[in-house]
Design a protein around this ligand. Structure first.
Ligand code: NAP
Length: 251
């Protein structure tokens, strides 16, 4: 089976699938986009790099004899998710999406949702002077021209696009602890946080830290969903795979 990955969730899923006694023997191939210099490498097989669009992914599914695929990519990785739906439908490979619930505000949060990073750049500039950009390396372009605000830019690898003139770059990979996030916001006197609605636990501490300090958060909404059926958690994926196999076993 193929796990479209590049996330902590995908890593955890591949680990669970490889360890599953119920599904054994099962060949698990994780696919990474190849963007980060030293990615977390999950157990099982791993391939890296784009497939070459829908046609390339369809050819891969066919050549490798993939029986089932799970889209465990990041909620903002909309292209690969859409490609997976089209390619799997073309080849007749069952596809399941691994859900990552959206973040929802709780009392005390000062969130403003915006539709995209361009809107986030406009709003963050209106809201504060010292802006913490936690949207990764992609989507930084709309901030590059803002020269009258200071930015703390956090990413796993160095961004390949221009950054705002006044910035500090922090290279770090989650998960991040609440105490560290609080210290970071205080140390840099941050007054606005910009985050994507990634969901999940690994990077949620920044939201708790912002709430604790009464800091505004500009939350970029997710792109539209791909259309694949989804489940939450590795156990549900294992159930789905077991059910896919059941008719064959019964014969
Ligand atoms: P994207 O815009 O949906 O995909 C762009 C292209 O990258 C795809 O068309 C595909 O190239 C290739 N690609 C993406 N994910 C792939 C995978 N798992 N395996 C093989 N090829 C892949 O994706 P993105 O937003 O650039 O994200 C790239 C990767 O980083 C994803 O795997 C995602 O899970 C991870 N990630 C993204 C974010 C984010 O905020 N976007 C955050 C954390 C992690 P071809 O068309 O050539 O097949």
């Amino acid at each position: 089976m193929l796990v479209l990955g590049g996330t902590r969730d995908a890593y955890d899923l591949a680990t669970a699938l490889v360890a599953s006694a119920e599904l054994a023997p099962l060949a698990v191939m994780s696919s990474l986009a190849g963007r980060t210099a030293s990615p977390l490498v999950p157990p099982g097989g791993v391939r890296s790099g784009g497939f070459g669009g829908v046609a390339g992914l369809a050819a891969y599914l066919e050549c490798e004899g993939i029986d089932a695929a799970v889209d465990a990519t990041h909620p903002f990785a909309a292209t690969i998710s859409r490609n997976a739906v089209l390619a799997c439908a073309r080849i007749g490979v069952p596809l399941l999406g691994l859900e990552r619930p959206r973040w929802t505000p709780v009392p005390g949060d000062r969130w403003e949702r915006v539709p995209d990073v361009a809107a986030a750049a406009l709003r963050a500039r209106e809201l504060g002077q010292r802006i913490f950009l936690t949207i990764g390396r992609q989507g930084l372009a709309p901030f590059a021209a803002i020269d009258d605000r200071w930015f703390l830019v956090r990413a796993i690898d160095p961004p390949e696009v221009a950054l705002p003139p006044r910035h500090t770059l922090l290279l770090a990979r989650g998960p991040f602890a609440l105490a560290d996030e609080l210290a970071l916001l205080r140390r840099h006197a941050i007054d606005v946080v910009v985050a994507k609605d990634s969901g999940g636990d690994a990077t949620a501490a920044k939201l708790t830290a912002a709430r604790t300090l009464g800091i505004a958060v500009v939350v970029v909404d997710r792109p539209p969903v791909s259309g694949a059926a989804t489940v939450a958690g590795s156990d549900a994926v294992i159930e789905w795979l077991a059910a896919l196999r059941a008719p064959a076993n019964a014969r």
